[in-house]
Design a binder for this molecule. Structure first.
Ligand code: PEP
Ligand code: MG
Length: 677
C-alpha cells in the first residue's frame, strides 16, 4: 500500500472542477484509491463521494493506494494535486507537505499575510463600503426530539407557523417599499410552503407517530428538499433552497429563537462576510448595522444580489472561500462596482476609498433628485431609460422612480406557480392595469418566455438534455399557437388603454418572426384593434449576426444580454462556478451588439438593451457609445443610470468603442473603460 498526505491549496478546495480532474486521473489506474479527510473517507473514483468530503482550501487529505500500479498512481496523483488540479493556485499558498504531521501544516491566515491585499469576486451591487468584517455563520440547528403530546406539539407548530408568516409578510412588505416588488415574490413562495397540504399532512403524521413538532417538520422539509435538489433542473434546485430557507425559519421559531436567526450583529456597523446568503438573510439585514456584504459563493443574478441592488447595499459575490478566513473586525474596503475587497488598507488607500465613497453618496443623492428628468449626454444625445418589470406593483414603482416607460415586462409571472394558464380575461386585466400605471408611456410586453428550464405543469415539454437549447420562448409558443394567440388577444385588447408594444423572445430564425407577425395581424383584424409595434429580443447569436435581415421586418430590437452572453460564450447563465467568466462586456458579445445596432439604424429602427448589462456602470459608456437608444434596467437602478448617461460625451465615446471592439478579453475591455474614467 502507498500512503501520502497533503494539503489542498485550490481556492475553493476540492470543489466540482478540481474534484472532477482528480477523479478522472484516478480512473486511469486499476488500484483501489481512497481519500481520507477528517473522519470521512471517499472512493477517489467517485465524484459524489469526493465532493461529500467537503475539503476546503487548506484542508488536509490522506491518500491510500492499493494495487498493482500503486507506485505510478501515487506519484501521478501527488504531482497533479501539487500542480493545482488544472487550476491556478493562490499566491499565498502553503508549501505542500507530503507527510507533515498536522501541527506543521500552516493554514493561510489572510489577516496577517495579506495586509493591503485585494480579493476579487464578482460585482453584485454598486457602491463602496468601508468597515470591519463580521463573519456571518449559520449556526447549526439542534433539533429537540422530546415529544410531549399530540395537542401540545400541534399547538407549538401552529404558533411557529403564525410567527413565521408574520415575519415573511414583514420581509415581503419591506422589499415592496424598497422598489423590489418582483423580488418580494420570493416570500410569497415561502408563505405558500407554510400552507402546502401535502407537507402539512406529513408533519402531522410525524407528530401523530409521537415525534416532536421540530423533528416532524425537519424530516418533512428535508425529504422534499432532497428530492428537489437531486433533480438536474436548476429552477427546481433553487426551490429546494427556498424550502430549506423557510424550513429553518420555522425550526428556529420552534426552538424558541424569536428572530428566526441566531446571528447577532455587533452594535457597530459591519461588512457581512458569508459563505452565501439566502434571500431571507439579505432582506433581513439591518441597514443601520450592515454597510455591505461579500459572499464566498453565489452569482450576480442570484436573488440575494438582486435584493442588495434594490436596497442600495454594496455587494460582492463569488469571492472564494478565502474571505471566510478573514478575522472578525479586520478593516476592509468593499467595492461593489469593481467586485473587490481590500484587506487592512494602508492610510493612503483608505483615504482614496473614503473620498470615492463620499463622491458616490453625493452622486446617489443627486441622482434621486433628478430621477424624473431625461438622460441627455453632455453633447445633447438622449438615451431613454426605462424599466424591467414583472407585474402591476413594479409598474407603479417604475413610474414613480422616473422610468420613461417599460422596456421589458416579463409575462412569465402570470403563468408560473399555477396549475392552469391564466385566462385571456385575467391577462387582459393585468396588461391594462400596467398600461394605465405608465400613463401613456410605452410598455413593451414580452410574450411568454418559458421553456424546459422553467417548466409549467400545464405545458407538456418532453424532457430535454439541454433545456436552454431546447423548446424555449417563441419556439415553444409557436408550437402551441393556442397559448400565444390567447396572450396576443389580451395584449391587443389592452392596447386601447395605453401604448403597448409586443416583443418576441428567443428568436433565432426569420421564419419565427414572420409566423408570429402573421398571427398578430390576423388577430388585429378579427378584433378590429389598432396597430401595435412589434419587436424581437436579440439574445441568440444568429439573430445578432443576421440583424440586417431581421431589421426591415420588425419595429425595434431589444438586446437580451443575459442570454446573448450565455449563448455566445457557451456558459450556462445559472452556472455557479463559471459565474465570474460570464461577462457581457466580452468583446465577442460587444461585436454582436455593435452589429445589431448598425443594422437597426441602417433600417431606421431603434435598439434597446434589457439584460443586466444595461445597468452595469462599466458597460453604460460602451453601450451608449455603440449607439444603443434605450437602456431597460431594474427600477432601483434608474436614477443612477440616468445620472451616468448625463456625465457622458457621445463624441468622445467613439474612441473607447473602437478600442473595446478590438480587445481580446472582457477584462481588457473593463480596463479600457476604467482608464477612460
Ligand atoms: C436577457 O436574456 O437578457 C433577458 C433580458 O431576458 P431574461 O433574463 O428574462 O431571459
Ligand atoms: Mg432572455
Amino acid at each position: 500500500m502507498r500512503e501520502f498526505q497533503l494539503v489542498i491549496q485550490n481556492r475553493t478546495g476540492l470543489h466540482a472542477r478540481p474534484a472532477k480532474v482528480l477523479v478522472k486521473a484516478t480512473k486511469k489506474f486499476e488500484s483501489d484509491i481512497r481519500i481520507f479527510h477528517g473522519d470521512k473517507q471517499a472512493n477517489a473514483k467517485s465524484m459524489i463521494s469526493v465532493l461529500t468530503l467537503g475539503v476546503e482550501c487548506g484542508g488536509e487529505v490522506r491518500f491510500e493506494v492499493v494495487g498493482a500500479d500503486e507506485d505510478a498512481a501515487a506519484q501521478a496523483l501527488r504531482s497533479l494535486i501539487e500542480q493545482g488540479l488544472d487550476e491556478e493556485l493562490p499566491s499565498t499558498s502553503v508549501p505542500v507537505s507530503a507527510s507533515s504531521p498536522k501541527s506543521e501544516v500552516v493554514l493561510p491566515v489572510i489577516q496577517d499575510q495579506n495586509v493591503g491585499k485585494q480579493l476579487t469576486g464578482v460585482p453584485a451591487a454598486p457602491g463602496i463600503a468601508i468597515g470591519p468584517v463580521f463573519q456571518w455563520q449559520r449556526n447549526q440547528i439542534i433539533v429537540d426530539e422530546t415529544f410531549t403530546d399530540v395537542v401540545t406539539e400541534r399547538a407549538s407548530l401552529d404558533k411557529a407557523f403564525q410567527a413565521a408568516k408574520e415575519q415573511l409578510v414583514a420581509l415581503h412588505n419591506k422589499l415592496v417599499t424598497q422598489s423590489a416588488a418582483s423580488e418580494a415574490a420570493i416570500f410569497e413562495v415561502h408563505l405558500e410552503v407554510l400552507e402546502d397540504p401535502e407537507l402539512l399532512e406529513r408533519v402531522y403524521e410525524g407528530i401523530e407517530s409521537q415525534h416532536s413538532a421540530a423533528h416532524a417538520w425537519q424530516v418533512a422539509i428535508d425529504d422534499r428538499a432532497n428530492i428537489l435538489a437531486a433533480l438536474s433542473d436548476s429552477l427546481l434546485a433553487a426551490r429546494a433552497a427556498d424550502l430549506r430557507d423557510v424550513g429553518d425559519r420555522v425550526l428556529r421559531l420552534l426552538l424558541g429563537d424569536k428572530d428566526g436567526d441566531s446571528n447577532v450583529l455587533p452594535a457597530y456597523p459591519v461588512i457581512v462576510v458569508a459563505s452565501n446568503l439566502t434571500p431571507s438573510d439579505t432582506a433581513a439585514l439591518d441597514s443601520d448595522k450592515v454597510l455591505g456584504f461579500c459572499t464566498a459563493a453565489g452569482g450576480p443574478t442570484a436573488h440575494s444580489a438582486i435584493i442588495a441592488r434594490a436596497r442600495g447595499l454594496p455587494a460582492v459575490v463569488s469571492a472564494g472561500e478565502a474571505v471566510l478566513r478573514l478575522k472578525n473586525e479586520t478593516l476592509v474596503i468593499l467595492d461593489g462596482d469593481a467586485g473587490t475587497l481590500i484587506i487592512d488598507p494602508d492610510a493612503e488607500v483608505l483615504k482614496a476609498a473614503q473620498i470615492a465613497q463620499s463622491q458616490y453618496r453625493a452622486c446617489w443623492d443627486a441622482a434621486q433628485k433628478l430621477s424624473s428628468e431625461p438622460a441627455i449626454t453632455q453633447d445633447g444625445h438622449r438615451v431613454e431609460v426605462v424599466a424591467n418589470i414583472g407585474g402591476v406593483d413594479d409598474a407603479q414603482q417604475a413610474y414613480a422612480r422616473g422610468a420613461e416607460g417599460v422596456g421589458l415586462l416579463r409575462t412569465e409571472f402570470l403563468f408560473l406557480d399555477r396549475d392552469t394558464p391564466p385566462t385571456e380575461e385575467e391577462q387582459f386585466e393585468v396588461y391594462r392595469d400596467i398600461a394605465l400605471a405608465l400613463k401613456g408611456q410605452p410598455v413593451i410586453i414580452r410574450t411568454l418566455d418559458i421553456g424546459g428550464d422553467k417548466p409549467l405543469p400545464y405545458v407538456a415539454v418532453p424532457e430535454e438534455m439541454n433545456p436552454f437549447l431546447g423548446e424555449r420562448g417563441i419556439r415553444l409558443c409557436l408550437a402551441r399557437p393556442h397559448l400565444l394567440r390567447q396572450q396576443l388577444r389580451a395584449i391587443l385588447r389592452a392596447s386601447e388603454h395605453g401604448k403597448l408594444r409586443i416583443m418576441f423572445p428567443m428568436v433565432s430564425d426569420i421564419s419565427e418572426v414572420r409566423q408570429a407577425r402573421a398571427m398578430v395581424e390576423e388577430l388585429q383584424s378579427q378584433l378590429g384593434a389598432g396597430s401595435v409595434e412589434i419587436g424581437i429580443m436579440v439574445e441568440v447569436p444568429s439573430a445578432a449576426l443576421l440583424s440586417d435581415i431581421f431589421a426591415p421586418e420588425v419595429d425595434f430590437f431589444s438586446i437580451g444580454t443575459n442570454d446573448l452572453t450565455q449563448y455566445t460564450l457557451a456558459i450556462d447563465r445559472t452556472h455557479a462556478t463559471l459565474a465570474n467568466k460570464l461577462d457581457g462586456l466580452h468583446p465577442a458579445v460587444l461585436r454582436l451588439i455593435a452589429r445589431t445596432v448598425e443594422s437597426a439604424h441602417q433600417a431606421g429602427k431603434w435598439v434597446g438593451v434589457c439584460g443586466e448589462l444595461g445597468s452595469d456602470p462599466q458597460a453604460i459608456p460602451v453601450l451608449v457609445g455603440l449607439g444603443v437608444d434605450e437602456l431597460s434596467v431594474s427600477t432601483p437602478a434608474i436614477p443612477m443610470v440616468k445620472a451616468q448617461v448625463r456625465e457622458l460625451q457621445l463624441e468622445s465615446l467613439r474612441v473607447l468603442v473602437s478600442e473595446v471592439l478590438a480587445c481580446s478579453t472582457a477584462s481588457e475591455v473593463r480596463d479600457k473603460v476604467k482608464t477612460m474614467r
